[in-house]
Design a protein around this ligand. Structure first.
Ligand code: HEM
Ligand code: HEM
Length: 221
């Protein structure tokens, strides 16, 4: 950690810590891939919604003198959502690789930047019972939240890969509905985390941890 935990006199936020190049690249790539995944879901449930677009397809063809049934119109509209799900799957595989990379980064990070070492260090400071105790507690809770988020990402990735391989692996085909339900539920956990995370890093940067966001860009080095 660079300049963060100050045991004497003046206060310095424990959140202002070093970030290796690998974790910074990982963070911003994950941000891009998860944002793109969310956009594909948003597009499919709004602009590309097959049921709503089927009426438009029917109307446009009727203007040209062609009458088709709603099922036929839905089949045409679905082609567009299928294309977007195709992109979703590719991005999902990207997120799977990123999650594996996060584990590899953890194993190869400099010792003091490993989550375990950070937990140990700040738990020690917390036990000192000094005036910064509340902030150390806050820090430990935030790191626990990241671990919980990684758990939910793992479920998202496992169910997503299960859905993607549903046609190739018979067993996965059988539990398709369950995978879809868990995958769909997990999306709300991700949305909640992203909103909560954004709100809090911005709040922190405007409060006791000025520079926390630029630290995720320049590594505080
Ligand atoms: C931010 C991350 C993600 C969000 C918000 C998300 C959300 C969703 C949603 C809402 C669906 C539609 C479920 C339904 O029809 O009931 C879906 C389907 C799917 N997702 Fe994800 N997902 C994410 C990540 C992933 C990942 C990591 C994978 C891994 C490959 C993946 C693979 C799939 C597949 C294969 C489908 C089925 C698409 C189809 O119907 O053809 N998703 N996802
Ligand atoms: C899809 C959006 C995002 C996701 C999923 C995400 C996820 C994460 C995760 C998992 C961590 C913990 C990394 C670790 O130490 O293991 C983290 C840290 C961080 N993120 Fe994000 N992030 C997102 C967007 C952003 C954005 C837009 C900003 C800046 C405005 C940001 C700023 C930060 C900062 C400053 C930290 C370090 C905070 C700390 O030390 O507790 N993140 N992010």
């Amino acid at each position: 950690m660079a300049q963060n935990i100050n045991q004497e006199g003046s206060y310095s936020s424990p959140f202002l810590q070093d970030h290796s190049t690998a974790i910074r690249i990982w963070h911003w790539l994950t941000f891009l891939v998860i944002s793109a995944l969310m956009i594909t879901v948003l597009l499919n449930s709004t602009l590309l919604n097959a049921r709503k677009n089927s009426l438009m397809v029917q109307d446009k063809l009727k203007e040209k003198g062609v009458i088709i049934t709603q099922e036929q119109a839905i089949a045409v509209s679905r082609e567009y959502t299928e294309k977007t799900w195709g992109i979703h799957k590719i991005l999902g595989m990207g997120l799977t690789i990123l999650l594996i990379s996060r584990i590899l980064i953890e194993l190869t990070q400099p010792g003091e930047e490993k989550l375990k070492a950070r937990f140990r260090k700040v738990t020690g400071l917390y036990k000192l019972n000094d005036k910064n105790k509340a902030e150390y507690y806050h820090y430990l809770m935030v790191k626990r939240l990241y671990l919980l988020f990684y758990g939910f990402l793992l479920v998202l990735v496992l169910t997503g890969v299960g859905l993607a391989l549903g046609h190739e692996v018979a067993f996965l085909g059988k539990i398709h509905r369950m995978l879809k339900r868990v995958h769909s539920f997990d999306q709300y956990v991700v949305y909640a985390f992203v909103l909560f995370h954004l709100f809090n890093v911005i709040l922190a940067d405007n409060g006791k941890s000025k520079g926390i966001v630029s630290g995720m860009i320049n590594g505080n080095k």
